[in-house]
Design a protein around this ligand. Structure first.
Ligand code: BMA
Length: 824
């Protein structure tokens, strides 16, 4: 917030001389959204339209507008023109004067423009160089070898531009190479200095936290040297004013004030406690920054042991198993990255009992709202710097640009309690074919990042790359006993999960299994005639070569071949859920050797077949419900068929509390669910841990199956426990003794027995089953934001209630009409 602010958001004009185009454009916004709105581009997501939407990449674009300036603003000693983000290479021209040349979507631009302003009829132009042209300009200027893409984006050498790297396509992404102006654009007045950033540092002792608040100021011009600025810090009921003096060299300077919070209420990750936030405000020269901080310590713990070195997060002294997911930008059109979308996706993370997201390096340093929500919800953030899967330049100008970008982003974000770690990039060093010179190139960039981060936020760990093994040890990233790991391409991993169950790593920051989007999502981009996996439209809506073949391979390994397109779609989602759940359970049960697992990926950039657990329209895929189950604080798993190590029942408890639980496994007949054998035990935890119990192996031992054939039974495992705070935790799931496809699974005769609308608008839905039902899937048509309390579950014969919270207003009759039940 700044006094005497003039917002320049709103309707601008967008033009391209070469293309002979002039149309309105909303700022903040992008050229694609503007061109689509006036019919100059078709909907790029529909059928094969993507190919017709590539021409804007060759055009220069001008965003322009007129404005008047109120006299009180013009009367200030300095008037600053601020752009939160300009994408990407552009000249900023005010009343015919070029006031800046900018080359980085991830930097904020603050330009002193008072000399060029007048009271009425100002004209501001942002002349954005075509993306292809900007890359070509750079190639002419720096014709170095070395810059390279590892095959993910369609624009050759987009690595030369500091722009969202996936904007020209990824192995899940449409190529939508936008240009635009994002975030707020405004003018504000300043006297001596601008207030640039504000952050906190904390020192925790037994009953108190000492909080040092800092503000960074930048003198408006050289004449300000020696001038004084009063900087007021308001925090925790106190205000302290610091009289700061502009240094002689007129460099940016810092003012600080100390506070003590007694009996602090600590901030915890989701599941471990509450997220109290303490607001603070810094005011200087009529400018204000407001933040909310959380009081907590966070460490990345790396301790040598017999097998290598541990890797995990410790918050307020408590080890937190990271149950997380990777985040990509939530929409290809920057204009559609709305707060509602962020809120829904991040709420879905905590509703699925997760506590960490990784902001992946091929996308964006996210909007402020994203981090505010993570703070509020207790989601730890693994924050990559925005470099992914490529070889980046190392010439001086590029390095300086990167240094300024990182300083800005880290100082912008460092007061967020949710941010757990800064990471240098995504997979720059991972590719085994890196040559020595390429390696050295990456290393030089990494050193620039490391220094810029150390200087901007010494309080957090800098992790060089994901994956890697530590400081300048990125080359060692194949050693799973050290650092973080991306577990892709395990032998046979597209076919079944067995190779995953035989592997382990300290911290799995990526692994994943793909699926098709739901039929409802497919209907947004395809016509009935396109509904075939190898149709051109369906092929265009997967960007990973061979994806459908691998889906079919895994489907046919576990399940009987689907006979319809609809069944293929659904089984692709079920196999994704099954694989994610089984693998996550397995890693989770290796705690504390393994200290975190983050699957690839939460969300979608457009409607596509990819690895996400939430669809583009916000609806939860079966896999999101499965993750919600396995990420509960108390979970259990039976080592699944195919592992060949006998039978283990593993109970995992995540919280630093006592827990007394009982487990029960019943072996039941597939045809009617009758119990033929059972095993039970009591388990006690004194804190987080894993208990492993050996059971008779019902896959190989017919007695343990009560004489039933392996393909005629299943095991139903249940755990119920009470924690030290008196709360009850439950978990239940079914496990087969044979592959699903080998079993004759009866028709469970599912029926909706009743639907009751509750006062708050949600519904209780009774579902009855005559025989056991597996992967029971409830779906309400045309309500993507609606949510069940549980889904994709095994049902024993009888009746079970599900709670549904609709995303739209529904009558009971409408709900009944729209509700469908599916099963294996
Ligand atoms: C990774 C990511 C992405 C990619 C994903 C799926 O390793 O870092 O670059 O989209 O796998 O292939």
């Amino acid at each position: 917030m700044k006094t005497a602010i003039l917002s320049l958001n709103g309707i601008w004009a967008l033009s391209s001389r070469e293309a002979g185009i002039k149309c309105p454009a909303t700022v903040p916004g992008d050229n694609y959204t503007a061109l689509e709105a006036v019919g100059l581009l078709p909907d790029p997501y529909y059928r094969l339209n993507e190919a017709e939407c590539q021409w804007p990449v060759d055009k220069d674009w001008i965003f322009s507008r007129k404005f008047d300036v109120p006299c009180e603003l013009l009367a200030r000693p300095a008037v600053i023109l601020e752009f939160t983000s300009v994408d990407t290479v552009a000249d900023i021209v005010l009343n015919g004067h070029r006031v800046a040349h900018v080359e980085n979507e991830f930097r904020r631009w603050r330009l002193e423009v008072k000399p060029y302003l007048k009271a009425r009829g100002n004209r501001l132009e942002v002349r954005i160089r075509s993306i292809a042209g900007a890359i070509a300009d750079s190639e002419r200027k720096y014709p170095h070898d070395g810059v390279e893409s590892f095959g993910c984006n369609t624009l050759h050498q987009i690595e030369r531009l500091r722009k969202c790297q996936c904007s020209s396509g990824w192995d899940w992404g449409i190529s939508l190479p936008v240009s635009g102006i994002y975030g707020d654009t405004l003018l504000f007045g300043a006297d001596t200095a601008t207030l640039e950033y504000a952050w906190d540092e904390q020192r925790h002792s037994r009953d108190a936290v000492r909080v040092t608040l800092s503000a960074e100021l930048r003198p408006v011009d050289a004449a300000a040297a020696g001038d004084a600025v009063d900087v007021a810090f308001a925090f925790n009921g106190e205000t302290k004013t610091v009289h700061a003096v502009v240094p002689r060299d007129c460099a940016p300077f810092t003012a600080q004030a100390d506070f003590t919070v007694r009996n602090p209420e600590l901030w915890w990750p989701n599941g471990f406690g509450a997220q109290p936030l303490y607001p603070f405000r810094v005011t200087a020269g009529g400018q204000t920054i407001e933040r909310k901080i959380g009081l907590r310590t966070i460490e990345v713990v790396r301790e040598k042991d017999d097998e290598g070195e541990s890797f995990g997060f410790r918050v307020n002294g408590v080890d937190v198993f990271a149950k997380g997911v990777n985040w990509i930008p939530c929409e290809a059109h920057p204009s559609r990255r709305t707060d509602d979308r962020y809120a829904h996706l991040l709420q879905s993370v905590v509703d699925a009992n997760m506590n960490m997201v990784r902001v992946w390096g091929g996308g964006l340093y996210e909007h402020d709202f994203f981090y505010d929500e993570c703070d509020r919800l207790g989601i730890l953030v693994w924050q990559d710097m925005m470099f992914a899967c490529g070889m980046y330049p190392d010439w001086r100008e590029f390095q300086d640009n990167v240094r300024a970008e990182i300083r800005h982003q880290v100082k912008r974000l460092r007061s967020h309690p949710s941010i757990a770690l800064w990471c240098g990039d995504n997979e720059l060093f991972w590719c085994s074919y890196l040559t020595r010179s390429a390696y050295a190139l990456c290393d030089r960039l990494n050193c620039v990042e490391k220094d810029a981060i150390a200087e901007s936020d010494p309080s957090r760990t800098f992790w060089p790359s994901s994956p890697c093994s530590g400081d300048r040890a990125y080359e060692n990233n194949k050693d799973l006993n050290v650092g973080d790991a991306h577990l892709w391409g395990l032998p046979g991993g597209d076919h079944c999960v067995d190779s995953y169950l035989g592997s382990r790593a300290r911290f799995i920051s990526e692994f994943g299994f793909g699926s098709l989007p739901s039929l409802e999502s497919i209907a947004t981009f395809a016509e009935p005639g396109d509904l075939n996996l190898t149709s051109p439209v369906m092929e265009n809506h997967t960007k990973k070569q061979g994806a459908y073949a691998s889906f079919l391979s895994m489907i046919s390994h576990y399940f009987r071949m689907p006979e319809t397109f609809a069944r293929t779609v659904w089984l692709s989602q079920v196999k994704q859920a099954y694989a994610l759940q089984t693998v996550t359970e397995n890693w989770h049960a290796q705690m504390p050797y393994t200290r975190g697992s983050m699957y690839w990926q939460l969300n979608q950039w457009w409607p596509v077949s990819d690895w996400s657990s939430i669809e583009h329209n916000g609806s939860w895929k079966p896999s999101h419900y499965a993750m919600r189950r396995v990420c509960k604080p108390l979970s259990a798993s039976l080592s699944p068929a195919g592992q060949g190590k006998g039978r283990f029942f593993r109970v995992v408890w995540d919280l630093p509390l006592k827990l007394a639980a009982t487990m029960r496994v019943s072996v039941r007949a597939l045809d009617d669910g009758r119990e033929v054998a059972s095993f039970g035990a009591a388990v006690k935890f004194s804190g987080a841990g894993v208990k492993t119990l050996r059971l008779p192996d019902f896959t190989s031992d017919a007695r343990a199956r009560g004489g039933l054939a392996a393909n005629a039974c299943f095991a139903y495992a249940e755990v119920c426990g009470t924690d030290g705070l008196g709360r009850t935790h439950t978990f239940a799931d079914a496990v087969f003794a044979d592959l699903f496809r080998n079993c004759d699974i009866p028709d469970p005769g599912l029926a909706v027995s009743e639907v009751r609308k509750l006062q708050d608008g949600s519904f209780d839905i009774g579902v009855s089953a005559k025989a056991p039902s597996f992967f029971t899937w409830l779906h309400v048509a045309d309500d993507p934001l609606g949510r069940f309390d549980d889904n994709l579950v095994a049902l024993l014969p009888g009746k079970r209630f599900f709670r549904y919270r609709p995303g739209v207003n529904l009558t009971t009759a409408a709900l009944r009409r729209r509700l469908t039940l599916t099963h294996l």
